[in-house]
Design a protein around this ligand. Structure first.
Ligand SMILES: [Zn+2]
Length: 289
């Protein structure tokens, strides 16, 4: 495979906020792991990338897309969490010498997972195309701000939720929240952190003064906080029914077969992730009895 040196289409969901919609699939050679919503925000003086893409190819394409729109320097590459579909395009931006921004726990998560993720993606895309992790140069603990020139982005490092290193971005200028994979819409969520933690973080995010949000997967923009309703319902059912299964003494496999099946028709890729989510929830909740 050769590097796909083509820009891609983005939606300018608000002035200066450009988002590429990821496809609702798992990584394949055809989609180049362009499965997450990624994009960039332009200020007066600089550009921030918010998630550099799912592979080196995806990152290169994002960079080309940015360069078709602006020649402003790319000063920040925000990596919202450890999952490769969001961050493996980071090496495409090393030549810009940006600050690579991440949650304070991101370096540890990358150290534990990068080799596994890279080898798996190389099998799909071919060596040299997968990209990989870039060490963050700017770590966020609690809250931080970055200034793009007449445009402040507020960053929040969250407690364990979708993963243990979720970082969200709020563009105060337009009231646009970019919670990355703390928000799934239409595509079934994947739980890789804490179910109770995710529900807590979602509750906090709902009180953020934003009018719209950019899901990590799904449409490029949804109303906020109403756009969180389906995710909240699914996570609530996952919590309630997994607890019930444990209380009734169901073993893990019986729980996997039963929990949240009422949600099946409401989500894309449900069968690919729900069983894994139930397994995660079961392990988290079984010690609470
Ligand atoms: Zn994720």
């Amino acid at each position: 495979m050769t590097l796909g040196r083509r820009a891609f289409a983005t939606d300018e969901i608000q002035p200066g906020i450009h988002i590429r919609r990821g496809v609702d699939e798992d990584a394949t050679a055809q989609n180049e792991d362009g499965i997450a919503n990624i994009g960039f925000i332009m200020g007066r003086d600089a550009v921030a990338v918010i998630d550099p893409g799912g592979s080196l190819i995806d990152g290169e394409r994002l960079r080309m897309t940015i360069r078709q729109v602006t020649q402003l320097p790319i000063k920040y590459v925000v990596m919202t969490h450890v999952h490769p579909d969001h961050v493996f395009g980071a090496p495409a931006f090393e030549k810009d010498h940006p600050q690579f921004v991440g949650h304070a726990r991101l370096p540890r998560a990358l150290a534990l997972r990068e080799t596994f993720y890279r080898e798996r993606l190389e099998r799909t895309l071919g060596k040299g195309n997968a990209g990989g992790a870039v060490r963050p140069t700017l770590l966020v603990q609690g809250h931080a701000e970055i200034d793009l020139g007449d445009r402040i982005l507020a960053l929040t490092a969250h407690g364990t939720a979708h993963t243990d290193c979720d970082l969200s971005v709020l563009d105060r200028k337009t009231g646009t929240l970019l919670p990355a994979d703390l928000l799934f819409v239409q595509r079934v969520p994947s739980l890789d952190g804490s179910l109770r933690g995710w529900l807590q973080q979602l509750e906090q995010l709902k009180s953020v003064s934003a009018r719209r949000a950019v899901p990590g997967h799904g449409p490029t923009s949804v109303d906020w906080p109403s756009g969180a309703a389906d995710l909240e319902r699914y996570l609530g059912i996952l919590l309630r029914e997994t607890k019930e299964a444990i209380t009734k003494g169901l073993d893990l496999q019986a729980a996997v077969d039963k929990v949240a099946v009422s949600e099946r028709s409401r989500w894309k890729l449900f069968d690919d992730y729900n069983g894994h989510n139930v397994t995660q929830a079961y392990k988290e909740l079984e010690w609470e009895q």
